[in-house]
Design a protein around this ligand. Sequence first.
Ligand code: FDM
Ligand code: MG
Length: 214
Amino acid sequence: MARGKLIVFEGLDRSGKSTQCERLVSYLTEKGVPVKHRRFPDRTTPIGQMINNYLQGQTEQEDHVIHLLFSANRWEAVPSIEADINAGITVIIDRYYYSGCVYSAAKNNPSLSLSWSRHPEEGLPRPDLCLFLDISAEDAAKRGGWGEERYEKQELQDRVRQLFADMRATDDGSDFVTINAGQSLEEVASAIRQHAESCIEAKLDSSPLRRIQP
Ligand code: FDM
Ligand code: MG
């Protein structure tokens, strides 16, 4: 049996990730492709609840500590992600390790560089496709809905966008596809479907899931 694929959505807050992720999941489900939808942070676990409290401003965490909690929240899901993929299910995730690295690095803590932030992610399953929904922080803010959680501030989001670009340039960017998220919902959805379908059809069937490399 062909393994499932690992497809990830990334982008700023209000870039449309969650909406587009849901649309892709329903589209593939209707077509009979076995898919599972996840998101990070997964706020349902005990670690996820600590993250949620931090994001909502109810608790404080040292920068490295919260970074490692976000990473641990991915690692605790790995056995389940791998089991799904090995069972032929395509796993579609709203945010993954790219968010993990860039939001932490955007804090400008001198001992928390982009390269430091990536170390705990080494060895995680590597996405077969990463769909980056690109929008400026200014345009994202115009969509409304910012201001409730800790990172939803334009200055930080500007740095996040720049760091996404830096990461794309330094990481092996071969699985990374940038989609203009300023287009209409329908145009964005159609571009996503095209990339996702060619990823799912690609003959990676005999290739095992890869790992994030040092
Ligand atoms: N975020 C998300 C991180 O800082 N690190 C991570 O590893 C992940 C997955 O959490 F501001 C940030 C990004 C965002 C916040 O995410 C909550 P959602 O997708 O808006 O719930
Ligand atoms: Mg958010």
